[in-house]
Design a protein around this ligand. Sequence first.
Ligand code: BDR
Ligand code: CA
Length: 309
Amino acid sequence: MTARTLAIDTDPGQDDAVALLLAFAHREAFDVKLIASVAGNVGLERTTANALRIRDLAGRGDVPVHAGMAGPMVVPLETAEFISGPDGLAGSGLPESASRPADGHAVDALIRLIRIEPPGSVTICALGPLTNIAMALRLAPDIAPRLGLLSIMGGALSLGNMTPAAEFNFYVDPHAAAVVMSAGVKTALFGLDVTHQAIASPAHVARLAALGNRAGACVYGMLTRPRPGGMATKAHPMHDPCTVAWLMWPELFDGRDCHVEIETDGRVRGRSTIDWNGRTKRSPNAYVASKVDAGALFDRMIDSIARLP
Ligand code: BDR
Ligand code: CA
């Protein structure tokens, strides 16, 4: 297998951390060229620091972490400490990193990577608000036809988790989501319908604890941290790892090609209007995942975490 050239745009975030670990665990599948941090779950300073903490845990000091956009394109930043905890990685037990982010803004680093790699060869996993990616597409429109694939966690066919209408990542920067979803780039979308199926069973959680490595203990701690009040699901959904897992194991997922449009204003701000039944006859602009085999997903994710320090 040739390793896929990958950039990860992220706002860690516990589930972002698991997605990063999953990618780091599979050197045969992913040549991770850079991590771009963005404000989302917590502010930019923390998401950047958290990316460095996770990189340290995986022993991947070779992968640069570039700090990106500190807030959305148009609207003020709203964060999610009520889910992630004050430092963004509640339950992880990770120490602060002694290392520093790489020189250069994440938006410039993404543009540079897409320009220097062969056309169509770069995949981006987008795990947070799409601010960096939208800014890159606006600053350098030439990168759109060169970008191979965007694997995005965002949106929902049904209800939102930030508002009744909208999922968090698309709610936080709806204008960025609208720019990215209309950029003409090959896109796979993992919304709440599928990611709310990606919930570990108690047996899977126990297996993580038994791995005996630091990565297993970290993921176990994050999965078992106390639930914030009023959440609908019974455990912590692993939203962001779906974007990485699908690249390796598409057979675990089901979905269809659809036209997706992002609402930017009013009470439905950040809503992904997904034409699941093809009513509008508009050409599909994304593969929209709707189902995952969660048992097989967690079996494979635990085997992956076991490969790490
Ligand atoms: C998304 O929001 C964030 O809190 C998670 O990291 C995930 O990317 C889920 O709505
Ligand atoms: Ca995220």
